[in-house]
Design a protein around this ligand. Structure first.
Ligand SMILES: [Zn+2]
Ligand SMILES: [Zn+2]
Length: 128
């Protein structure tokens, strides 16, 4: 798979027996359809709502159709790229933002997932 944002090849990491595709360049992460429901049930795909944004749509890394810009989470503050057939793309730190949003609404979340993804690229692009 190639990153839908920067087009470099992604690599696969495994988390709780689920394979996620990460981009080594931008730190984005791809969830195949249904995977997010397994890892963060409180943020199931069904809760996606169309986003109002000027950002250009990106091609789906699997089927190449232009993905939809969608908000996810109860606070609607996380913007993801969604291919209804294939899955969801989160930019760097967006999974952590989503976990924070869910937790802020007293929903069940997996903090370890956010830490796992946040720890993947500790040095790159962070203003520490
Ligand atoms: Zn990338
Ligand atoms: Zn697709």
């Amino acid at each position: 798979m190639n990153c839908p944002a920067c087009r470099v090849p992604t690599y696969v990491v495994e988390y709780q027996e689920i394979e996620l595709d990460l981009c080594p360049d931008c730190g984005g992460v791809w969830f195949d359809a249904g995977e997010l429901d397994l890892l963060l049930p409180a943020a199931a795909d069904a809760q996606l709502t169309p986003a109002v944004t000027a950002e250009a749509g990106r091609p789906c890394p699997l089927c190449a159709r232009t993905m939809d810009k969608m908000n996810i989470g109860p606070g609607r503050r996380v913007l993801v790229d969604s291919c209804p057939a294939c899955g969801l793309w989160f930019d760097r730190h967006e999974v952590e933002d989503l976990v924070g949003d869910l937790a802020g609404h007293d929903l069940d979340v997996d903090f370890a997932l956010a830490e796992f993804l946040g720890g993947m690229f500790p040095a790159k692009g962070d203003e520490v």
